[in-house]
Design a protein around this ligand. Structure first.
Ligand SMILES: Nc1nc2c(c(=O)[nH]1)N[C@H]1C(S)=C(S)[C@@H](COP(=O)(O)OP(=O)(O)OC[C@H]3O[C@@H](n4cnc5c(=O)[nH]c(N)nc54)[C@H](O)[C@@H]3O)O[C@H]1N2
Ligand SMILES: Nc1nc2c(c(=O)[nH]1)N[C@H]1C(S)=C(S)[C@@H](COP(=O)(O)OP(=O)(O)OC[C@H]3O[C@@H](n4cnc5c(=O)[nH]c(N)nc54)[C@H](O)[C@@H]3O)O[C@H]1N2
Ligand code: SF4
Ligand SMILES: [Mo]
Length: 898
């Protein structure tokens, strides 16, 4: 057994992980007590990391045109086809679409290859869907894409404002840090600004459930308010900023009374007044913002509206103060550092940065090779796929992201990919919605296998370490890109043998002709030249460190702009005039409901990894639509029923969750489900492709949809030990299906078209093997239970009837577990397999505590028996005692039961 340090591959908190490695397996993970992001904590996704590993379901061989080939053939094909397209159509007919889940070293070589040597500007990244608005706002305000704050600021603040962030679910360890800080400092106040009541509200002293998209108005109103109340920091403004007058004038174009602002934001004026009072009177304020701000057609302006208020009050560059854009992906920041956005060049230099093209050209020139850099920015994500659709871009290489799901108007993206002559996909998972569109599939190594660095939300660079061998022939992304570069004739510029060499080059470029990290004299803020020249051993043992890292700041830099000097040419920060705009996707009679989309606690994006850990699948097992009770009632819909959403580019079929936390007129759907997990539950197809004109970031939070009940002819739950006992047409014959991996079987939730009536025993005989061994049918009310046993061992189990009648799934899963051990089903259990729901072993509902596997039903019954506090529940059931993410849910169950 060996213990190794690495970094979690999920969210932008970037927690340090201690992994126990035994015989080429990670058998256990725990938080790294020495990592400054988490000091030993992990959230539920992090602590289930080892359960998502293993070679099954991984891509293990390269494929060209559907045929498995060896690496030489695959790499030759990539190079020959790219070269042919470049030759006949020009470099700009080639595009690349990267991801904030690549390591910095992968990202660096991809950026260098495409922009530097292939010579196409069309390289963008999924960070466009994620942080682009914050990046653009930072650049406008600070002159560089730099996050001023560090995590400690959240603990040192007196007021933390969470805007458009569900921190409790999406950055759980930071949420826990704030929660702990609150117990130490009872004066620390938290405000949550979100149209939806989320679990983050558990620590909120004030909740503002504003109308979707109205944040711009709320913050321009705040700026006007600061001025009116005499709470501008005139000294700070005079010394360190420009643009106040214009910003204020713009803010005053609207009525600036609290009543008017509250009306526009659909808020209670008193609550808004309280927020304004707290913000204006407190110096140590951190405003943490995320996708509720960024994913908007006016996201950049909203970011600047927030930053304006911080600059105007001098609430920046101090401990416990600043606007804090929290990043989503583990290496969103690293991607920005290497220049992975289409408007960037490299190392925080943009095309228009004076001298940048020449500087990068000289830096990348080798003895016999001169790079051919494009002279201006390329297509941003959505534009790239539009250019593919128009037939202008002929080849696209997609790495570590799934645009067939995560881009808005995703069905259109699929059609574009279909007609694209060359689609290359580098991926770890064997089955994704994107792979069918790929002409060339390249199997990539994944977390725990690959070596490199990531940068988290507080600019902290940490090592991810390769601990296990990649499965089959999977290879590291940097290696794949380098091998293609060699075959394209650029080998001399890509002579890397290890990621340490790439990191060194990246660090040198950041310091190249960048003598000082003092901004204001044309120097670039992103400078990690202090990390150049690390040898392999030093790179391997690199401890977490926050950039800038320079000769003057050897140990990194926790907080930026402490001296009030910004990265603009004159050193002054800019306040920007902001004129609030409504969402671009407009509501209509045909689509009257506002569509909000986002994340759930236990899943990561398209579920290629978290979907492999059964304990993460059961918090929200099926795709869902959250809707306010009034909207449910007016649509004739009840809780747990199926319902359909119709959007501009497609529809969405999922289970209703009626929720008081939802605003009337607005529905929320999760972003996670794909065709791999459900039949019709991809949110990307509901949204129109509107973007922020400044950042190019899609408006993923403000769709327009129509809701309708879906009354299936039948509903069924099927559990199968082995997929091979399933007929192929099972899903094709279901109007709705959702696949839910359990530990020893797959659970399928199925439903038929309205009016569809089935003779189940006939159907069973045709579709499942072995033939049914046990069954009990009540055709009059459309109920059936049946099971297939093979040599006495349970192979499948089916229940036709509403899921409300499900018996205990854990109990059923355990029967499959016995079967996996070769144990025959006991006689008593045979009877229980077929019994109705009134045998006392009813489904105990969704998992609330994923760490200790405690379901809602069990918790509710303990509460009824008197364990009516989080502590008592923890003592009896252990729920909430590990990562703590479920505590808000425990509290609301206690409240509901009371
Ligand atoms: N569990 C989990 N954690 C994750 C991820 C994951 O997939 N799963 N993904 C990671 C990534 S890449 C990212 S980018 C982050 C995202 O982290 P968050 O930004 O916290 O995630 P979301 O759930 O997309 O959206 C946040 C909130 O914005 C709210 N919102 C919607 N419209 C508005 C609005 O008009 N105004 C305001 N103020 N709020 C609004 C939504 O209701 C939602 O609660 O999470 C990271 N962490
Ligand atoms: N409607 C709506 N749409 C959204 C959002 C939203 O809130 N609402 N959020 C947006 C945001 S913020 C984001 S970040 C995106 C996320 O969306 P995507 O990036 O499309 O989603 P992922 O599932 O993270 O895709 C990563 C893929 O890379 C693979 N992979 C993992 N590790 C590696 C590796 O090391 N190498 C390679 N080659 N492949 C790897 C995974 O198996 C997976 O298939 O979605 C965006 N889309
Ligand atoms: S908070 Fe984020 S980085 Fe930390 S363990 Fe959870 S998912 Fe991983
Ligand atoms: Mo993201």
């Amino acid at each position: 057994m060996q213990q190794a340090r690495t970094t979690c591959p999920y969210c932008g908190v970037g927690c340090g992980v201690l992994a126990q490695v035994d015989d080429e397996r990670i058998v256990h993970v725990q938080g790294d007590g020495e990592h400054p992001a988490n000091y030993g904590r992990l959230c539920v996704k992090g602590s289930a990391l080892h359960e998502t590993l293993g070679n099954h379901g991984r891509l293990t061989r390269p494929r060209v045109d559907g045929v498995a080939v060896d690496w030489d053939t695959a790499l030759d094909s990539v190079a020959t086809r790219l070269a042919a397209i470049r030759e006949t159509q020009g470099a700009a007919a080639i595009g690349a679409y990267l991801s904030g889940q690549l390591l910095t070293e992968d990202y660096y070589v991809a950026n260098k290859l495409f922009k530097g040597f292939v010579g196409t500007p069309h390289l963008d990244t999924n960070s466009r869907l994620c942080m682009a608005s914050a990046v653009a706002a930072h650049k406008r305000a600070f002159g560089a894409d730099a996050v001023p704050c560090c995590y400690e600021d959240l603990e040192e603040a007196e007021l933390v404002v969470l805007v458009g962030s569900n921190l409790a679910w999406n950055h759980p360890v930071l949420y826990q840090r704030i929660k702990t800080a609150k117990t130490r400092n009872p004066l620390l106040r938290v405000v949550v600004i979100d149209p939806r009541v989320t679990d983050s509200c558990e620590i909120a002293d004030l909740y503002l459930g504003l109308a979707p998209g109205s944040d711009g108005r709320l913050f321009t109103g705040l700026l006007a308010r600061m001025a009116d109340a005499g709470k501008l920091d005139r000294v700070y403004l005079d010394r360190h900023t420009a643009g106040l007058e214009e910003a204020l004038a713009a803010a005053r174009e609207d009525d600036t009374t609290v009543e008017a602002i509250a009306a526009d934001c659909d808020l209670d004026p008193e609550r808004l007044e309280t927020f304004y009072y707290w913000f204006t009177t407190q110096l140590h304020v951190v405003t943490l913002f995320s996708q509720g701000i960024n994913q908007s057609s006016s996201g950049t302006d909203k970011g600047n509206a927030i930053i304006n208020c911080h600059l105007a009050g001098g609430k920046i560059g101090l401990p416990g103060a600043g606007p804090f854009s929290i990043t989503g992906q583990p290496n969103a920041m690293g991607g920005r550092e290497v220049g992975g956005l289409a408007n960037q060049l490299a190392a925080h230099m943009d095309y228009h940065t004076p001298g940048a093209i020449d500087r990068v050209t000289r830096f990348w020139t080798t003895e016999n090779l001169v790079p051919t850099l494009p002279d201006g920015p390329g297509h941003k994500a959505l534009e790239l796929f539009e250019a593919i659709e128009r037939g202008e871009v002929w080849a696209v290489w997609i790495m570590a992201t799934n645009p067939a799901v995560s881009l808005p108007d995703a069905n259109r993206v699929r059609r574009a990919l279909e007609r694209c002559p060359l689609v290359i996909v580098s991926e770890c998972a064997a089955a994704t919605d994107l792979l069918p569109y790929a002409d060339i599939v390249l199997p990539a190594s994944g977390w725990s296998e690959k070596d490199g660095t990531v940068t988290n939300s507080e600019r902290c660079i940490s090592r991810q370490r390769g601990l296990l061998p990649p499965p089959g022939e999977a290879r590291h992304d940097w290696w794949i890109i380098t091998e293609v570069a060699r075959r394209l004739g650029f080998g001399e510029a890509f002579a890397y043998t290890h990621p340490a060499e790439i990191f060194d080059e990246h660090a040198r470029l950041s310091g190249f002709e960048n003598p000082s990290h003092t901004p204001g004299e044309g120097a670039r803020l992103f400078n990690i030249s202090g990390l150049a020249g690390l040898d392999r051993a030093a790179y391997d043992t690199l401890a977490p460190i926050q950039w800038p890292v320079t000769a003057e700041a050897r140990r990194g830099t926790a907080r930026l702009f402490e001296d009030g000097r910004f990265a603009t040419p004159d050193g002054l920060a800019r306040l920007l005039p902001v004129r609030p705009r409504a969402p671009a996707q407009s509501l209509s009679e045909a689509r009257p409901l506002r569509l909000n989309t986002g994340r759930v606690r236990d899943q990561w994006h398209t579920m290629t990894r978290t979907g492999r850990a059964p304990r993460l699948m059961n918090h929200r097992a099926e795709p869902f639509i959250e809707v306010h009770p009034d909207d449910a009632a007016s649509h004739g819909i009840v809780d747990r029923q199926l319902a359909r959403l119709q959007g501009a580019g497609g529809d969405y079929l999922a289970r209703i969750r009626v929720s008081n936390g939802q605003r009337p007129g607005e529905v929320f759907v999760p972003m996670h489900w794909t065709d791999q997990f459900s039949g019709r539950a991809r949110m990307g197809s509901l949204l129109e492709g509107h973007v922020d004109p400044l950042s190019g970031q899609p408006e993923s939070k403000h769709g327009a949809v129509e809701l309708a009940p879906f009354r299936p002819g039948w509903e069924a739950t099927l559990m199968v030990a082995d997929e091979s006992s399933l007929g192929d047409d099972l899903v094709d014959e279901s109007a709705y299906w959702a696949r839910i991996p359990l530990s020893r079987c797959q659970r399928w939730q199925l439903a038929g078209e309205p009016g569809d009536i089935r003779d189940w025993l006939v159907w069973l005989a045709d579709h499942l093997s072995p033939a049914p061994t046990l069954w009990s049918e009540d055709p009059a009310c459309g109920r059936l239970r049946a099971a297939g046993l093979d040599q006495g061992c349970l192979r499948w189990w089916l229940m036709v009837g509403p899921p409300a009648e499900l018996p205990g799934l854990a109990w059923l899963d355990e029967r499959f577990n016995e079967a996996a051990r070769g144990e025959a089903l006991e006689i008593g259990n045979r009877r229980r397999l077929l019994a109705g729901c009134d045998d006392g072993a009813g489904d105990s509902g969704p998992l609330v505590c994923s760490c200790h596997q405690v379901a809602q039903g069990v918790i509710v019954s303990a509460i009824r028996k008197g364990d009516a506090s989080v502590e008592a529940l923890g003592a009896r059931l252990a729920c909430g005692t590990q990562c703590g993410s479920c505590i808000p849910e425990l509290k609301s169950l206690i409240e509901e039961s009371a």
